[in-house]
Design a protein. Structure first.
Length: 324
């Protein structure tokens, strides 16, 4: 039998539980694509400001990232306004939800001039009382004090505000191999800058990256435990068509983890982070149209259940081995 919310909260601190406790009701994310680009891909479909282009750090993107970015592409033809309306209706009907978080997910959502960011963020969260929060996914090298001042202004208006930064690994050699274009130190610097403004930080981590040992993964957990990070998203490495990682997969140089191995590593990671950290994701999902592997990632309930079973097998829980 798949996990229940009660079982889930017995082993780790979930985002759904955190939001329910804070708002006294279930609150759901509405994922949005505002047309941003990425300094690691150097693709300027919408943002053509020379000052932004100057910030490019690479071409082609990260080795695991497709041209769709962290997005399934299903809403790219919709305006931002229509994405908001459609997302609210769909989620509202499915979960009987009435309150939402605006989640700017696709690409690097601070990779634009401040005035552009203000216009985009304002158009969603200030014009709709159903939105109680703002989540912005970006890179640690796409932030500065001026942008942080803008983002913190939404918190001052009473909104729940999170900045999500992609770390993926604390091993700089791994970051170089996958073409991230930044270091672990860059990530830490961005976290401390963000905390100067009282904004909550969520870190993205990928388990199963090429060349990474279990020690590397546990070291990433320890690295995050030494930083003022309030949330974490765990991703299994998905092999996506059209990526450089897919090329290595076809050559036999990269293989996705089996589910039992991913569950073992994920639990080992979660045992070493603070029990106060909010676990916002346990499994990465990619459309079956683009996924080369692992096939098990298409079945999220099964994957999460495997992690719960590993917690049970170890008689363990999030933070059991946490050390400051």
């Amino acid at each position: 039998m798949y996990f229940s919310l009660l079982m889930e909260t017995a082993y780790y601190r979930s985002f759904s539980t955190y939001l329910s406790e804070k708002f006294d009701q279930r609150v759901y994310r509405v994922s949005l694509d505002a047309g941003f680009s990425c300094p690691n891909r150097n693709r300027y479909a919408v943002i053509r400001d020379p000052a932004v282009r100057k910030g490019a750090v690479g071409t082609g993107g990260c080795a695991y990232c497709s041209a769709e970015g962290s997005w399934n592409g299903s809403k790219k033809k919709l305006s931002l306004e229509d994405q908001v309306k459609t997302g609210k209706v769909m989620i509202g009907r499915r979960y009987n939800a009435s309150k939402f978080l605006a989640y700017f997910q696709a690409y690097s959502n601070t990779y634009a001039p401040v005035d552009t960011l203000r216009e985009i963020y304002d158009s969603v969260v200030l014009d709709d009382e159903d939105f109680v929060g703002l989540i912005i996914g970006t890179r640690p090298d796409c932030i500065d004090y001026e942008k942080l001042e803008l983002i913190s202004s939404y918190k001052e208006r009473g909104l729940e505000v999170w900045l999500e930064y992609g770390l993926q690994s604390s091993n700089d050699r791994t970051l170089e191999i996958i073409g991230r274009g930044h270091t672990a130190e860059d990530f830490a610097r961005a976290v401390y800058m963000t905390k100067d403004f009282g904004i909550s930080v969520c870190a993205h981590v990928i388990i199963g990256l090429p060349g990474e040992s279990s020690s590397d993964i546990l070291n990433t957990a320890r690295f995050l435990s030494g930083l003022p990070v309030e949330g974490v998203k765990l991703h299994n490495l998905n092999i996506v068509k059209g990526t450089r990682m897919a090329d290595e997969y076809y050559r036999g140089n990269v293989m996705p983890l089996a589910l039992d191995e991913y569950a073992r590593l994920a639990v080992g990671f979660l045992e070493r982070i603070s029990p106060d950290v909010v676990v916002q994701r346990l499994v990465a999902q990619t459309s079956s149209r683009w996924l080369l592997g692992p096939e098990w990632s298409l079945n999220k309930p099964m994957a999460v259940n495997a992690i719960i079973e590993e917690f049970k097998r170890r008689n363990s829980f999030q933070g059991k081995l946490f050390r400051k």
